[in-house]
Design a protein around this ligand. Structure first.
Ligand code: GDP
Length: 308
Protein backbone atom coordinates (compact mmCIF):
# COMPACT_ATOMS: atom_id res chain seq x y z
CA UNK A 1 0.00 0.00 0.00
CA UNK A 2 1.30 3.44 -0.92
CA UNK A 3 0.55 6.10 1.68
CA UNK A 4 1.21 9.81 1.26
CA UNK A 5 1.19 11.94 4.42
CA UNK A 6 1.05 15.75 4.62
CA UNK A 7 2.93 16.82 7.72
CA UNK A 8 4.44 19.43 9.99
CA UNK A 9 7.12 18.53 12.49
CA UNK A 10 5.44 17.13 15.61
CA UNK A 11 1.99 15.49 15.46
CA UNK A 12 2.37 14.63 11.77
CA UNK A 13 5.91 13.37 12.32
CA UNK A 14 4.77 11.00 15.09
CA UNK A 15 2.11 9.60 12.79
CA UNK A 16 4.75 9.23 10.05
CA UNK A 17 6.74 6.99 12.42
CA UNK A 18 3.64 4.90 13.11
CA UNK A 19 2.85 4.63 9.40
CA UNK A 20 6.41 3.46 8.70
CA UNK A 21 5.75 0.37 10.87
CA UNK A 22 2.63 -0.43 8.87
CA UNK A 23 3.59 0.39 5.28
CA UNK A 24 7.33 -0.22 5.39
CA UNK A 25 9.75 2.32 3.93
CA UNK A 26 8.78 1.58 0.33
CA UNK A 27 5.15 2.42 1.03
CA UNK A 28 5.57 5.77 2.78
CA UNK A 29 6.03 9.24 1.32
CA UNK A 30 5.84 12.29 3.56
CA UNK A 31 5.20 15.74 2.10
CA UNK A 32 6.73 18.21 4.54
CA UNK A 33 6.00 21.87 5.19
CA UNK A 34 8.93 24.14 4.29
CA UNK A 35 7.29 27.41 5.34
CA UNK A 36 9.37 27.26 8.56
CA UNK A 37 12.68 27.06 6.63
CA UNK A 38 15.26 29.67 7.43
CA UNK A 39 18.90 30.60 6.86
CA UNK A 40 21.06 30.97 9.94
CA UNK A 41 24.79 30.37 10.80
CA UNK A 42 25.32 30.16 7.04
CA UNK A 43 23.14 27.05 6.65
CA UNK A 44 19.69 26.31 5.27
CA UNK A 45 17.55 24.93 8.12
CA UNK A 46 14.45 22.91 7.22
CA UNK A 47 12.80 22.30 10.61
CA UNK A 48 9.81 20.20 9.58
CA UNK A 49 11.53 17.97 6.97
CA UNK A 50 14.34 17.39 9.49
CA UNK A 51 12.05 16.58 12.43
CA UNK A 52 10.14 14.10 10.29
CA UNK A 53 13.42 12.54 9.18
CA UNK A 54 14.70 12.28 12.78
CA UNK A 55 11.43 10.67 13.87
CA UNK A 56 11.65 8.14 11.02
CA UNK A 57 15.28 7.41 12.00
CA UNK A 58 14.26 6.88 15.67
CA UNK A 59 16.74 9.65 16.43
CA UNK A 60 14.43 12.44 17.62
CA UNK A 61 15.44 13.98 20.94
CA UNK A 62 13.07 13.99 23.92
CA UNK A 63 12.91 17.80 23.64
CA UNK A 64 10.80 17.21 20.53
CA UNK A 65 13.37 18.63 18.15
CA UNK A 66 16.96 17.88 17.20
CA UNK A 67 18.91 14.64 17.37
CA UNK A 68 18.99 12.54 20.54
CA UNK A 69 22.28 12.73 22.42
CA UNK A 70 23.57 15.55 20.24
CA UNK A 71 26.45 17.71 21.48
CA UNK A 72 26.55 21.52 21.46
CA UNK A 73 30.17 22.42 20.77
CA UNK A 74 29.40 24.74 17.87
CA UNK A 75 26.73 26.70 19.77
CA UNK A 76 29.10 27.00 22.77
CA UNK A 77 31.91 28.29 20.56
CA UNK A 78 29.62 30.81 18.87
CA UNK A 79 28.32 31.95 22.24
CA UNK A 80 31.89 32.34 23.56
CA UNK A 81 32.61 34.45 20.49
CA UNK A 82 29.73 36.72 21.43
CA UNK A 83 27.55 35.63 18.53
CA UNK A 84 23.75 35.37 18.98
CA UNK A 85 22.64 31.76 19.45
CA UNK A 86 18.90 32.16 19.96
CA UNK A 87 18.25 29.40 17.41
CA UNK A 88 20.00 26.36 18.87
CA UNK A 89 21.24 23.65 16.55
CA UNK A 90 23.11 20.64 17.97
CA UNK A 91 26.34 19.59 16.26
CA UNK A 92 24.94 16.59 14.37
CA UNK A 93 21.79 18.57 13.52
CA UNK A 94 24.05 21.30 12.11
CA UNK A 95 25.96 18.67 10.12
CA UNK A 96 22.69 17.67 8.41
CA UNK A 97 22.08 21.34 7.57
CA UNK A 98 25.62 21.56 6.17
CA UNK A 99 24.94 18.61 3.86
CA UNK A 100 21.78 20.31 2.60
CA UNK A 101 23.42 23.72 2.23
CA UNK A 102 26.43 22.40 0.33
CA UNK A 103 24.19 20.65 -2.19
CA UNK A 104 21.95 23.70 -2.58
CA UNK A 105 25.08 25.78 -3.14
CA UNK A 106 26.10 23.37 -5.90
CA UNK A 107 22.79 24.08 -7.62
CA UNK A 108 20.80 21.04 -6.49
CA UNK A 109 17.06 21.28 -5.78
CA UNK A 110 15.88 21.34 -2.15
CA UNK A 111 14.22 17.96 -2.84
CA UNK A 112 17.58 16.35 -3.70
CA UNK A 113 19.46 18.22 -0.99
CA UNK A 114 17.01 16.97 1.65
CA UNK A 115 17.11 13.46 0.18
CA UNK A 116 20.83 13.45 1.04
CA UNK A 117 19.93 14.27 4.67
CA UNK A 118 17.37 11.46 4.67
CA UNK A 119 20.02 9.02 3.38
CA UNK A 120 22.57 10.29 5.90
CA UNK A 121 20.10 9.49 8.69
CA UNK A 122 19.62 5.97 7.31
CA UNK A 123 15.97 6.55 6.46
CA UNK A 124 14.57 4.71 3.46
CA UNK A 125 11.09 6.24 3.33
CA UNK A 126 10.74 9.40 1.25
CA UNK A 127 10.55 12.81 2.92
CA UNK A 128 9.74 15.40 0.28
CA UNK A 129 9.90 19.16 0.81
CA UNK A 130 6.51 20.44 -0.40
CA UNK A 131 8.22 22.66 -3.01
CA UNK A 132 11.72 23.51 -4.24
CA UNK A 133 10.83 27.19 -4.32
CA UNK A 134 11.11 29.50 -1.31
CA UNK A 135 7.98 29.86 0.83
CA UNK A 136 8.42 31.73 4.10
CA UNK A 137 5.79 31.95 6.80
CA UNK A 138 5.67 35.39 8.41
CA UNK A 139 3.72 36.17 11.54
CA UNK A 140 2.51 39.59 12.60
CA UNK A 141 1.91 39.90 16.33
CA UNK A 142 1.73 42.96 18.51
CA UNK A 143 2.33 45.18 15.50
CA UNK A 144 5.52 43.45 14.31
CA UNK A 145 5.88 41.18 11.26
CA UNK A 146 8.51 38.50 11.86
CA UNK A 147 9.86 35.42 10.11
CA UNK A 148 8.28 32.30 11.65
CA UNK A 149 11.33 31.08 13.62
CA UNK A 150 11.97 34.52 15.07
CA UNK A 151 8.37 34.73 16.24
CA UNK A 152 8.50 31.20 17.67
CA UNK A 153 11.93 31.09 19.24
CA UNK A 154 13.24 34.60 19.79
CA UNK A 155 9.82 36.09 20.68
CA UNK A 156 8.56 32.89 22.40
CA UNK A 157 5.33 32.89 20.37
CA UNK A 158 3.56 35.61 22.30
CA UNK A 159 0.25 36.60 20.70
CA UNK A 160 -2.28 37.69 19.87
CA UNK A 161 -1.50 37.08 16.23
CA UNK A 162 -2.67 39.74 13.80
CA UNK A 163 -1.65 38.18 10.50
CA UNK A 164 -0.10 35.03 9.02
CA UNK A 165 1.40 35.16 5.55
CA UNK A 166 3.00 32.43 3.42
CA UNK A 167 5.30 34.62 1.35
CA UNK A 168 5.97 33.04 -2.03
CA UNK A 169 3.35 30.29 -1.74
CA UNK A 170 1.06 31.49 -4.51
CA UNK A 171 3.88 31.37 -7.04
CA UNK A 172 5.51 28.21 -5.65
CA UNK A 173 4.52 24.91 -7.17
CA UNK A 174 4.58 21.47 -5.57
CA UNK A 175 7.46 19.44 -7.02
CA UNK A 176 6.97 16.70 -9.60
CA UNK A 177 7.77 14.18 -6.84
CA UNK A 178 5.05 15.65 -4.60
CA UNK A 179 2.47 15.63 -7.40
CA UNK A 180 3.36 12.04 -8.30
CA UNK A 181 3.07 10.97 -4.64
CA UNK A 182 -0.43 12.45 -4.54
CA UNK A 183 -1.54 11.05 -7.87
CA UNK A 184 -0.27 7.50 -7.24
CA UNK A 185 -1.13 7.11 -3.53
CA UNK A 186 -3.59 4.48 -2.33
CA UNK A 187 -4.34 6.58 0.75
CA UNK A 188 -3.62 10.25 1.47
CA UNK A 189 -3.45 11.34 5.10
CA UNK A 190 -3.43 14.92 6.35
CA UNK A 191 -1.45 14.50 9.55
CA UNK A 192 -2.37 15.80 13.03
CA UNK A 193 -0.33 18.95 12.52
CA UNK A 194 -1.03 22.63 13.02
CA UNK A 195 -3.73 23.34 10.40
CA UNK A 196 -2.67 26.98 10.05
CA UNK A 197 1.14 27.06 9.86
CA UNK A 198 2.03 23.41 9.11
CA UNK A 199 -0.68 22.17 6.72
CA UNK A 200 -1.70 25.71 5.67
CA UNK A 201 1.48 26.45 3.66
CA UNK A 202 1.25 23.07 1.87
CA UNK A 203 -2.35 23.73 0.82
CA UNK A 204 -1.46 27.29 -0.21
CA UNK A 205 0.93 26.13 -2.97
CA UNK A 206 -0.17 26.81 -6.53
CA UNK A 207 -2.26 23.84 -7.71
CA UNK A 208 -1.99 21.84 -4.47
CA UNK A 209 -5.67 21.76 -3.55
CA UNK A 210 -6.52 20.87 -7.13
CA UNK A 211 -3.99 18.00 -7.08
CA UNK A 212 -5.49 16.62 -3.86
CA UNK A 213 -9.04 16.99 -5.15
CA UNK A 214 -8.10 15.14 -8.35
CA UNK A 215 -6.33 12.26 -6.56
CA UNK A 216 -7.86 8.81 -6.91
CA UNK A 217 -7.04 7.95 -3.28
CA UNK A 218 -9.31 8.71 -0.33
CA UNK A 219 -8.09 11.66 1.75
CA UNK A 220 -8.44 11.41 5.52
CA UNK A 221 -7.33 13.90 8.17
CA UNK A 222 -6.19 12.93 11.66
CA UNK A 223 -7.16 15.62 14.16
CA UNK A 224 -4.34 17.29 16.11
CA UNK A 225 -6.78 18.12 18.90
CA UNK A 226 -6.61 15.62 21.75
CA UNK A 227 -9.34 15.87 24.37
CA UNK A 228 -10.44 19.18 22.85
CA UNK A 229 -7.02 20.75 23.35
CA UNK A 230 -3.65 21.15 21.71
CA UNK A 231 -0.95 18.89 23.11
CA UNK A 232 2.07 21.06 22.59
CA UNK A 233 3.22 24.16 20.81
CA UNK A 234 1.47 27.23 19.47
CA UNK A 235 -1.36 25.55 17.53
CA UNK A 236 -4.03 27.08 19.80
CA UNK A 237 -2.68 30.58 19.24
CA UNK A 238 -2.74 30.16 15.46
CA UNK A 239 -6.17 28.49 15.46
CA UNK A 240 -7.56 31.35 17.52
CA UNK A 241 -6.25 33.79 14.90
CA UNK A 242 -7.69 31.70 12.04
CA UNK A 243 -11.05 31.24 13.79
CA UNK A 244 -10.59 27.45 14.01
CA UNK A 245 -12.26 25.87 17.02
CA UNK A 246 -10.02 23.29 18.78
CA UNK A 247 -12.33 20.43 17.80
CA UNK A 248 -12.07 18.02 14.88
CA UNK A 249 -15.14 19.70 13.39
CA UNK A 250 -13.20 22.95 13.42
CA UNK A 251 -10.95 21.53 10.68
CA UNK A 252 -13.79 21.04 8.20
CA UNK A 253 -13.63 24.60 6.90
CA UNK A 254 -9.83 24.65 6.66
CA UNK A 255 -9.83 21.39 4.67
CA UNK A 256 -13.07 22.05 2.79
CA UNK A 257 -13.50 20.08 -0.41
CA UNK A 258 -10.53 17.84 0.34
CA UNK A 259 -11.68 15.25 2.87
CA UNK A 260 -13.36 11.88 2.59
CA UNK A 261 -13.05 11.21 6.30
CA UNK A 262 -11.68 12.29 9.65
CA UNK A 263 -10.01 10.40 12.49
CA UNK A 264 -10.51 12.03 15.89
CA UNK A 265 -11.14 11.25 19.55
CA UNK A 266 -14.58 12.85 19.34
CA UNK A 267 -17.63 12.59 17.08
CA UNK A 268 -17.54 14.67 13.89
CA UNK A 269 -20.75 15.77 12.22
CA UNK A 270 -21.06 16.09 8.46
CA UNK A 271 -18.28 13.72 7.43
CA UNK A 272 -17.43 10.03 7.70
CA UNK A 273 -15.39 9.71 10.86
CA UNK A 274 -13.58 7.23 13.03
CA UNK A 275 -13.65 7.92 16.76
CA UNK A 276 -10.57 6.47 18.45
CA UNK A 277 -7.85 7.42 20.93
CA UNK A 278 -5.49 9.64 18.93
CA UNK A 279 -2.78 10.19 21.55
CA UNK A 280 0.54 8.84 20.21
CA UNK A 281 2.59 8.60 23.39
CA UNK A 282 4.31 5.28 22.60
CA UNK A 283 5.49 3.30 19.57
CA UNK A 284 2.48 0.99 20.02
CA UNK A 285 0.06 3.93 20.10
CA UNK A 286 1.65 5.44 16.97
CA UNK A 287 1.46 2.13 15.11
CA UNK A 288 -2.09 1.48 16.26
CA UNK A 289 -3.34 4.92 15.15
CA UNK A 290 -1.59 4.43 11.80
CA UNK A 291 -3.20 1.01 11.33
CA UNK A 292 -6.68 2.24 12.24
CA UNK A 293 -6.34 5.31 10.03
CA UNK A 294 -5.36 3.22 6.99
CA UNK A 295 -8.12 0.65 7.60
CA UNK A 296 -10.65 3.46 7.96
CA UNK A 297 -9.45 5.12 4.75
CA UNK A 298 -9.59 1.82 2.86
CA UNK A 299 -13.15 1.22 4.09
CA UNK A 300 -14.22 4.63 2.76
CA UNK A 301 -12.85 4.57 -0.72
CA UNK A 302 -13.00 7.90 -2.45
CA UNK A 303 -16.18 9.84 -1.72
CA UNK A 304 -15.46 13.34 -2.94
CA UNK A 305 -17.06 14.25 -6.23
CA UNK A 306 -14.55 14.06 -9.09
CA UNK A 307 -13.32 17.53 -9.91
CA UNK A 308 -13.16 18.97 -13.40
P1 GDP B 1 5.22 21.63 14.49
O1 GDP B 1 5.57 21.79 13.04
O2 GDP B 1 6.38 21.19 15.34
O3 GDP B 1 4.42 22.77 15.07
O4 GDP B 1 4.29 20.39 14.59
P2 GDP B 1 2.95 19.96 13.87
O5 GDP B 1 2.26 21.10 13.23
O6 GDP B 1 3.23 18.74 13.07
O7 GDP B 1 2.13 19.44 15.10
C1 GDP B 1 1.58 20.25 16.11
C2 GDP B 1 0.32 19.56 16.57
O8 GDP B 1 0.59 18.20 16.87
C3 GDP B 1 -0.30 20.12 17.84
O9 GDP B 1 -1.53 20.69 17.47
C4 GDP B 1 -0.53 18.91 18.74
O10 GDP B 1 -1.79 18.89 19.37
C5 GDP B 1 -0.41 17.76 17.76
N1 GDP B 1 0.04 16.53 18.38
C6 GDP B 1 1.19 16.34 19.06
N2 GDP B 1 1.21 15.08 19.54
C7 GDP B 1 0.07 14.46 19.15
C8 GDP B 1 -0.50 13.17 19.35
O11 GDP B 1 0.08 12.29 20.01
N3 GDP B 1 -1.72 12.91 18.78
C9 GDP B 1 -2.38 13.85 18.04
N4 GDP B 1 -3.56 13.51 17.52
N5 GDP B 1 -1.88 15.08 17.84
C10 GDP B 1 -0.68 15.39 18.39
Amino acid sequence: MRVTLLSGGTGGAKLARGLLDVTGAAGLTVIANTGDDTEIYGVHVSPDPDLITYWLADAIDERGYGIRGDSWEVMSALEAAGRPVWFRLGDRDLAMCLIRTELLGAGERLTDAHAAVVRAMGVEARVLPMTDEPVRTRVTARGRALPFQEFMVAERAVGPIENVEFAGAEAARPTAEVLAAIATADVIVIGPSNPVVSIGPILALAGMREALAAARAPVVAVSPFVGGAVLKGPTALFCEHAGIELRAGGLLDAYEGLLDGMVADEPVAGLASLEVDTLMASPEARRSLATMTLEFAASLGRRRPTSG
